[in-house]
Design a protein around this ligand. Sequence first.
Ligand SMILES: [Zn+2]
Length: 423
Amino acid sequence: MNSMKIGDKGTQVMEIQSLLKKIGYDPGPIDGIFGKKTEEAVKQFQKDNGLIPDGIIGKNTYKAMEPLLLGYDQYTIKQGDTIYEIAKKYYSSVKKIMTANPGLNPYNLQIGQQIIVPYSIDVVDTDINYTYEVMKRDIEGLKVRYPFLEVGIGGKSVLGRNLYYIRLGKGPNKVFYNGSHHSLEWITSVLLMKFIENFSKAYVDNTKIGDYSPRDIWEESSIYIMPMVNPDGIELVLNGLHKDNPYYNQLIEWNKGSTDFSKNWQANNRGVDLNHNYDALWEKSKEAEKEYGVFGPGPTRYSGPYPESEPESKAVADFTRNLDFRLVIAYHTQGKVIYWNFQNLASQEAKTIGQLFSKMSGYALDETYGIASYAGYKDWFIDKYRKPGYTIEVGKGTNPLPIEQFDEIYADNENVLLVASIV
Ligand SMILES: [Zn+2]
């Protein structure tokens, strides 16, 4: 962690602003710009935590903030402690502590014993640029808070980032949701991560989420979620091109000489559009590239040298081949539309389910034409398995959609995410 101070900019500043706001300070707008108000909020935080109030986030201040970012702290049991008192001290609850520490006997606490204390604040932030690093920490925070979650790695990106998956439930009906094949569409990663958090919370509390009971779904289904298929692309969009990127010069060339990837870059780190890299009429996707002025790696629509040439698309396809899913959804932005067909191979049942999703979300049900209708993940899934597979385009506007649209996007899709696992 580099230290942060007034004048600094970027996604890390944004994260700190969001945290300060969440725990009751006023850092000003969550805009990634470390200004006067953010400095004041940092000073106040430092005072409240017995730190030197210099307004600079150095090692010690970050150390005090890190457990809050993760959403939990480690606590060592002392003489006379009770779980109730610990919960009170941390603004947590007995239930949260018991969930995070399976097997802990509250009537027989051992002095010196280490326990996890989750804070009452949520783990997944929905008001910041959602980078790979943020997601990684959120996954860690959720896994500690909800140890019953299965977290795994489905593969690696070009630059070696993990393609995490999270499994909800242990039932035989397996479904798969993935997000962010396209880097500008990173808001879909937030959608899936928030869903995981809300589902887990409702599971513990034994309450409903949307119109459904997570405990029933848990027995009946297994929901596999890969929230970020293209972490390298998202890094380029949100954090920019870094000097140590091994494709540094090529990336600039592929981006027509520009070092700004924030508004146009949909591809992975090799300039391949991952959602044109699956083996479903891939040759047609290749053929159509010329019409769009695509002659090699670039920000969008380059299908790659051959199907599944990229580690990300290959990992998603392998994951799908290994797990025999009943239904899949690939989340994209934008347009508020649900695509359900491929070359008229989808079944009537797939259409009926699509109509249900459409009714629940308010999104239109449609079919794709032209270059967008080949070599995508759902195309490949339908082609290969003839089972229900969907592309859902959330939100409206210009990509990347502003994070301000998050609440509406989440509300539109929560019941879809639930019903898709049992329909
Ligand atoms: Zn997309």
